[in-house]
Design a binder for this molecule. Structure first.
Ligand code: FA5
Ligand code: MG
Length: 412
C-alpha cells in the first residue's frame, strides 16, 4: 500500500482514471485513497442519502420552473470529475495566483488535468453548448483537514440561469427604456456592464429561487439570512445561511454571473445567476447523520435506514452507539515547504475511514537548531466495531514510516 501511493508521484509514470490514461508529472498529487472514490457516484446510487437529497432538489427545480409544460432546468449528473485546470480555474476568471490553485489545496492529475474542486468547473462549457438553465450534480475533490465534517471528496449541486432582456424585464416591444447592459462602473451593487435594473432583478430572482429551495427542504418556517461574499466568477455574491438546531450553517455560495464569463461562453446577449451548494452538509442536517465518513459506508446498518424511502419523506438516521476511540499522537521535525495537507493525505491513504480526526496539537521551534516540530493527535474509531490497540498501533506505525519516507519528516 505504501509503495503504491508513491506511483502517483513518479515522474514519467501514468495513471488510469475512468478508462483514460494520464501521464503523471511533478504536479501530480492524487493519492490511491482518493482515486479509489472516482466513479462511485454516490449521488446516483439508488436510495443513498445523497441521491435522495439530489432528487429532492431536482424535483423542486423541475416542478417550480416550467417552460411550456416542460422543466426549464435540465439536469446533469454524469459529467466526469476529471477537468482541465482551465475549466476549473481560468474559465471562471480565477486569478493565476489564487490560493485555491495551490497544490496543497487541490488534487492535480498532471500539469493539464485535475479533479474538479467545484461543480462550477462546468458552467462555461454547458452555456457554450446552448443551455440557459441547468443544474449539475457531482463529486468534488479538495485537500483539507480531517474531522467529522471534512472529507477529501464531497458532492455539490450547481445551478445556472440566464435571461434575455425580454425574459428579465418581461417587456413589451415598446419598452426600450430598460436595457440589460451599459458601459458603466462597478460598485457593490453591480458590474460595469450591467444596468442597476439588470443586477437587482437577477438578484431578486436568484434569492427567490434559493429561499424557495430552502423552504422545500427544511419547511416553510425555516430561518435564513443572506451574507455578502466574494467569488471571482460572480458579482455581487452572497452566501445563504440557515438557522437549524441552534446554529447558523452556510448552505451555498451564489451571485450574479460575471458578464465576461457569460460572454466567453458565447451568450453575450444574456445575463444571469449561478449558485453552488454542498450536499453532505445538507444531508447531515436533514437526516441527522453525525459523521461525513458514513456516506461512504457500505454497511447495511447505515444504508438500510434509507432503503425503500422516497426522496420527499422525512428520515432521521439513528446512530448505532459509537464504538470507543483510540487516540495516538505523532511528533516530528518538519522539512522546509512541508504542508499539513500532505500529512493528512498519508493518514487517509493508510488509515482510511478508521481515522475520525487529525488535530495539530502542538507546534514549536527548536531554540538553537531553528527547526520546527509538529505534534498531531490522531483519533481512530471504526464505525462498525471496536478497534484493538494492536490494530491501531500497526496503522499508526505505517503512517510514521510513510511520513518519514515521503515527506522527509524526522520522527521524534
Ligand atoms: C464554491 O465551491 C463555489 N463554486 C460556489 C459558487 C457557485 C459560488 C456558483 C457562486 C456561483 P465554496 O467553496 O464556498 O464555493 O463551496 C460551496 C458550498 O459547498 C458550501 O457552501 C458548502 O455547502 C459546500 N462545501 C464547501 N466545502 C465543503 C467541505 N469541505 N465539506 C462539505 N461541504 C463543503
Ligand atoms: Mg464557502
Amino acid at each position: 500500500r505504501a509503495s503504491k501511493n508513491r506511483t502517483a508521484h513518479n515522474f514519467g509514470n501514468t495513471l488510469e482514471i475512468l478508462g483514460t490514461t494520464y501521464p503523471t508529472d511533478n504536479l501530480t498529487n492524487v493519492t490511491p485513497a482518493v482515486l479509489e472514490k472516482i466513479g462511485k457516484n454516490l449521488h446516483n446510487q439508488f436510495n443513498h442519502p445523497l441521491q435522495l437529497i439530489f432528487k429532492r432538489i431536482e424535483s423542486y427545480f423541475h416542478k417550480t420552473f416550467l417552460k411550456r409544460g416542460n422543466p426549464l432546468f435540465s439536469s446533469y449528473d454524469r459529467l466526469s470529475p476529471v477537468v482541465t485546470h482551465e475549466q476549473n480555474f481560468d474559465s471562471l476568471l480565477v486569478p493565476k495566483n489564487h490560493i485555491s490553485r495551490s497544490p496543497s489545496d487541490t488534487y492535480y492529475i498532471n500539469s493539464e488535468y485535475m479533479l474538479r474542486a467545484h461543480t462550477s468547473a462546468h458552467q462555461r462549457d454547458l452555456i457554450q453548448s446552448g443551455l440557459d438553465a441547468f443544474i449539475v450534480v457531482g463529486d468534488v475533490y479538495r485537500r483539507d483537514a480531517i474531522d467529522a465534517t471534512h472529507y477529501p471528496v464531497f458532492h455539490q449541486i450547481e445551478g445556472v440561469r440566464l435571461f434575455s432582456d425580454f425574459q428579465l424585464f418581461n417587456s413589451g416591444s415598446d419598452s426600450k427604456s430598460v436595457t440589460l447592459f451599459e458601459n458603466g462602473s462597478r460598485d457593490e451593487h453591480k458590474q460595469e456592464f450591467h444596468t442597476l435594473e439588470t443586477s437587482k432583478l437577477i438578484e431578486l430572482d436568484l434569492k427567490n429561487c434559493l429561499e424557495g429551495l430552502m423552504k422545500h427542504l427544511f419547511g416553510s418556517e425555516v430561518t435564513m439570512r443572506w451574507v455578502n461574499a466574494y467569488f471571482p466568477f460572480t458579482h455581487p455574491s452572497w452566501e445563504l445561511e440557515i438557522y437549524y438546531q441552534d446554529e447558523w450553517i452556510e448552505m451555498l455560495g451564489c451571485g450574479v454571473m460575471e458578464q465576461k464569463l457569460v460572454h466567453s461562453a458565447g451568450a453575450s446577449d444574456k445575463a444571469g445567476w449561478a449558485f453552488g451548494m454542498g450536499l453532505e452538509r445538507l444531508a447531515m442536517k436533514l437526516y441527522s447523520i453525525p459523521d461525513i465518513r458514513l456516506f461512504w459506508s457500505t454497511d447495511t446498518g447505515f444504508l438500510g435506514q434509507f432503503e425503500g424511502k422516497k426522496f420527499n419523506e422525512n428520515i432521521t438516521y439513528k446512530s448505532v452507539s459509537k464504538y470507543p476511540q483510540c487516540v495516538n499522537d505523532i511528533s516530528f521535525w518538519i522539512p522546509d515547504n512541508y504542508s499539513s495537507n500532505d500529512f493528512y493525505d498519508i493518514v487517509r491513504s493508510i488509515g482510511g475511514d478508521l481515522v475520525e480526526q487529525v488535530k495539530l496539537v502542538d507546534e514549536f521551534q527548536h531554540p538553537k537548531k531553528k527547526r520546527f516540530s509538529h505534534c498531531y493527535r490522531i483519533v481512530y474509531r471504526h464505525m462498525e466495531k471496536t478497534l484493538t490497540q494492536e490494530e491501531v498501533n500497526q496503522v499508526h506505525q505505517q503512517i510514521e514510516l510513510l511520513a518519514a519516507s515521503q515527506l522527509g519528516v524526522e520522527i521524534r
